[in-house]
Design a protein around this ligand. Sequence first.
Ligand code: BGC
Length: 739
Amino acid sequence: MMTFRHRCATVTALLLCTAAGQGVAQTRAPSSDAKAAERRAADTERRMRPDERTTLTHGLWAIPLIPNVVIPPEAVLGAGYVTGIPRLDVPALIETDASLGVSYIAGLRKDGATALPSATAMGSTWNPDLIRRGGAMIASEARAKGFNVLLGGGINLMRDPRNGRTFEYFGEDPLHSGVLGGAAIDGAQSQHVMSTVKHFALNAQETGRHAVDGRISDDAFRMSDLLAFELAIERGKPGAVMCAYNRVNGAPACGSDYLLNRVLKRDWRYPGFVMSDWGAVGATDFALAGLDQQSGAQIDKQVYFGAPLAEAAARDNAYAARVADMNRRILQSIYAVGLDAHLPVKGPIDFAANAAVARAVEDEGIVLLRNQNALLPLSKDVRSIVVIGGYADSGVLSGGGSTQVQPEGGPAVSLPMGGEGPLAKYNNQTYHGTAPLAAIRALAPKAKVTFVDGRYPAEAAAAARRADVAIVFATQWMSEGADVPNLSLPGGQDATVAAVAEANPKTIVVLETGGPVLMPWLDRTGAVLEAWYGGARGGDAIAATLFGDVDPSGRLPVTFPASLDQLPRPALPYAGMIDRDFAAGVAEGKTYPIDYDVEGADVGYRWFARNGASPLFPFGFGLSYTTFDHRALQIRGGASPSATVTIRNTGTRAGSDVAQLYLVSTPAGRTLRLAGFAKVTLQPGATATAALAIEPRVLADSKGGRWTMPAGTYGFALGRSATDLGPVVTVRLPAREWR
Ligand code: BGC
């Protein structure tokens, strides 16, 4: 029997087994490589001529949609281009959006790419090794297309499930998002492609994203959203941090001295550079607040970090010092990731090998939410199946906006969603990847498999009545730039699902949603799978899970509320209002505060626990076709606390379990915080001992920028979810305080 403790040395849990203390050390004591990069950067910066000193501090949006912008021939059509300095062998920065794959930018570049499933699906894997492979895969494709910077690493926490970019983020917990986000970045940069982490910070909704002002206390912020960034930065060492559109405590995030100079650069000693989001810069003095590079500068009112910055530097020492620092930071990241030594080489892509990575992510990302009377896995001898709705005959849904990825040849289905102007194409609702219908047919060759589009509930119900099994696909499209108004499935799909479930008790609902949705029909269904946005092999992964070729091992990275009034803000802040104000020309100078201190650091499951509210499905939840037994949880104290637990597969199939360790009490009282996790794969009857590092910052409270832990008794429990906790094990820990 191979124990998980042994596996820690090589596989899934390596990061978790070793990294909790390491990450801190790496930021505070730079490795020799980082020091060498710093020395080289200082040397190159000294050799810059005056006319070269603002070259790296601004870039353009490299798509031919804006009049009067000349895109240099060596740029690749994509999100951005920052001119290099050939005299000093400084390469241009050629940037593409790439959180989920090299993006397609509305079809302007015709080459396709491999789409990973949504980040929420990635979050459901709880498997940093797999997510690291995903990051490396995307970066390898980016290099083959001529890019050297990925605008990836989206790790905003889900403070509102209606956020239109929920699918771009890993979840709602800072440890979970920080670990997985760090792994994605690390994977990308292993290919000598620089990655960002974004959007720094509190970019929690798309409604009024350029105008809303997130208000939150420093302590709560550092224990939640900022902790996710802090962990991802330590683990992934991204070359750049992308600041957000919104304001934070009054200041624009990209012009926030507090966020950029104080938290990021002073407290965390971040050595890389801060790039703005596209169109997020409002003045040259954002440089003094810590912004190092103005991205997509033609979208702002002016190129603030070009001539105006050079002029400011010529007359003001503070600006001159800042410009030198901006250059050193950008150069340091270029050298640390090896962009100058490993120029991108355009070449062929092994799409089959890369699709296997996307498939592995979706296999582990699908979450089985309900399985009445073991309806799943389906027998391959089933005689008739009706597949209903969700364009399941064509592909799987994907999210819209800058992360949109398409395969070679374009999307399987592309539905215009309205909108005006040159960016309207960003709005298409697109389906790609493999089609679930074909994959189901392939796995059940003896069955009669029919398809009904699902637009008419009565027609779908009649087809369901005639079949042995009904599999109804329900979709919720999300896109950057807009939130969903509520958590109901759009377009009358709830009526279709309800009618089908009424007609056939063997109804399986497959959800392809960006995030949580309400399920008014839940009790009438036989089974529910959350498949998220499934990526390049989504249909195959869904079918393999339905028929049991793959055991579902995904666990929810977000809480599914039972109703909107369970949320910290039952009404979406400023829905409709800010757009109206902009259209009426009255938004300028107005503030739109959102009070995030309502929940503070108690985001997601912690908010539900605080209020004693029962969610529809809790954070960490997910069923399997097998069963696991947890025994002998042991906690070791000391400066680097850790845990071990023995897990046994008590069922008859191989499967994977996620050991979730929650802190349930501190000397100050009850709490609920994910403190560590590890994923274990076990054959039937096999046992493993999982070793989990405990992240010390999760045990501590932030007070005035310092982590503090009182001496006393801390309680821990292993959870099958945030609401299904095992026996509490306590340990005495000494008082600690650190930054
Ligand atoms: C998004 C970023 C993206 C950038 C470039 C912005 O609108 O917020 O996530 O990287 O565009 O496409």
